[in-house]
Design a protein around this ligand. Structure first.
Ligand SMILES: NC(=O)c1ccc[n+]([C@@H]2O[C@H](COP(=O)([O-])OP(=O)(O)OC[C@H]3O[C@@H](n4cnc5c(N)ncnc54)[C@H](OP(=O)(O)O)[C@@H]3O)[C@@H](O)[C@H]2O)c1
Length: 348
């Protein structure tokens, strides 16, 4: 099965510019199939007064997109409409502007991904510093998600032992490294293969890591954290959350960032486990979203750029080429094929 490529570019339109956009054509029940997507060539209009035209350079792929495809997304964001262009984080270059706030050549981040070109009111785009990072794709990183999850939701303290699930992914890889940089005494990660576990203790500098398929998670976590854990950065839910509750020390804190266990299969999760343990150990379980903490972006960005400059953080990224490859890449992402932040390089 393949997502189809067809042309919807109007032959009567005088604009010569055409680009691809991706649409959802059927609402999946669980993991989508490739033919739930359609890649369409569309005519790109010139910007009207107050608008700008942006050529996208990179777009983000993230598992939360699966929730926007389904019928009952819990996210504070509109779900994808059938037959309409999908959306998501992207970074691009202004190539025509009909608004004084942005100029040709500006680098901007915005939410109009899943298309080669974005045309919208200037307010939909935020100018970013071209020189901030070695590649514009780093503007799409999830370091800020990891940072606010640790600092706000988990109230990380120096000396904490921290456990991170989906630790080889975009958020998890950042969370483990940022926890260490912020004074964690021990950082433990779980991931979906022995190779990923080796990547965590090797390239990303985790103290211990395990493959969550390798027997009961509770046993693996107890081995990796003989003195218990103080913070759990939860990307997954399910068995890993229940194991973390069991292994947590008194006054432990759990930051619920994602629910990959559900996003992949759409089966209901069966909760955090033993609430008597939550009570007895006075645990905090706190969900968070990035959107509530955007005021910490500047503070994080400054630290992140310093860490990159001094080589104390590794930015792990997987780059996939071309919008036509994006539906397959999204499926590959949630099936665990990649490490780090997955982005699509547009226009190739
Ligand atoms: N709260 C917020 O504001 C916020 C913001 C951004 C993202 N998120 C959420 O945070 C989570 C992580 O996002 P991300 O972009 O960093 O994703 P990611 O970790 O890069 O996601 C992909 C990885 O998920 C893992 N995975 C898939 N199904 C799994 C399962 N059943 N159990 C365990 N691991 C599974 C796979 O790794 P393995 O090979 O290791 O299985 C895969 O490589 C997602 O749930 C996302 O929606 C939340």
């Amino acid at each position: 099965m393949n997502s189809s490529l067809k042309s919807a570019a109007s032959s009567g339109n005088s604009s010569p510019r055409a680009g691809l956009e991706a649409r959802l054509v059927a609402r999946p029940d669980g993991l989508p199939a490739l033919d739930d997507f359609e890649i369409v060539e569309v005519t790109v209009p010139d910007p009207a007064a107050g608008q700008v035209l942006v050529r996208n350079l990179f777009m983000s792929l993230d598992p939360g997109m699966l929730l926007l495809m389904g019928g009952d997304s819990p996210l504070p964001a509109p779900r994808y409409e059938i037959g309409a262009a999908m959306y998501g984080d992207a970074v691009g270059e202004v190539i025509a502007s009909a608004d004084p706030s942005l100029s040709e050549g500006d680098l901007v981040v915005h939410r109009l991904g899943w298309r080669d070109y974005a045309v919208a009111a200037a307010a939909a785009f935020r100018r970013v510093d071209r020189a901030a990072y070695p590649s514009p794709s780093l503007h799409l990183g999830f370091g800020l998600v990891a940072y606010v999850g640790l600092m706000e939701a988990a109230q990380l303290r120096p000396g904490d032992t921290v456990f991170v699930s989906s630790a080889a992914g975009a958020t998890g890889g950042m969370a483990g490294q940022i926890a260490r940089l912020k004074g964690a005494a021990r950082v433990i990660g779980s991931a979906g293969s022995p190779a990923k576990a080796a990547h965590l203790t090797g390239r990303l500098g985790f103290d211990a890591a395990f493959d969550y398929h390798d027997g009961p998670v509770l046993d693996r976590l107890r081995e990796a954290a003989p003195d218990g854990i103080d913070v759990y950065f939860d990307n997954v839910g399910g068995e890993q959350l229940r194991a973390a509750v069991e292994v947590m020390n008194v006054h432990g804190r759990i930051a619920v960032c994602g629910a990959l266990n559900r996003q992949r299969t759409a089966r209901p999760d069966d909760g955090p486990g033993d609430l008597l343990s939550v009570l007895g150990k006075r645990l905090t379980i706190r969900g968070f979203t990035l959107w509530d903490h955007l005021d910490r972006a500047a503070e994080f960005g400054e630290q992140f750029r310093n860490w990159l400059r001094e080589g104390s953080i590794v930015y792990d990224e997987t780059v996939v080429d071309g919008l036509a490859s994006a539906p397959q890449a999204l499926l590959d992402l949630v099936r665990g094929r990649y490490t780090g932040k997955t982005v699509v390089r547009m226009g190739s």
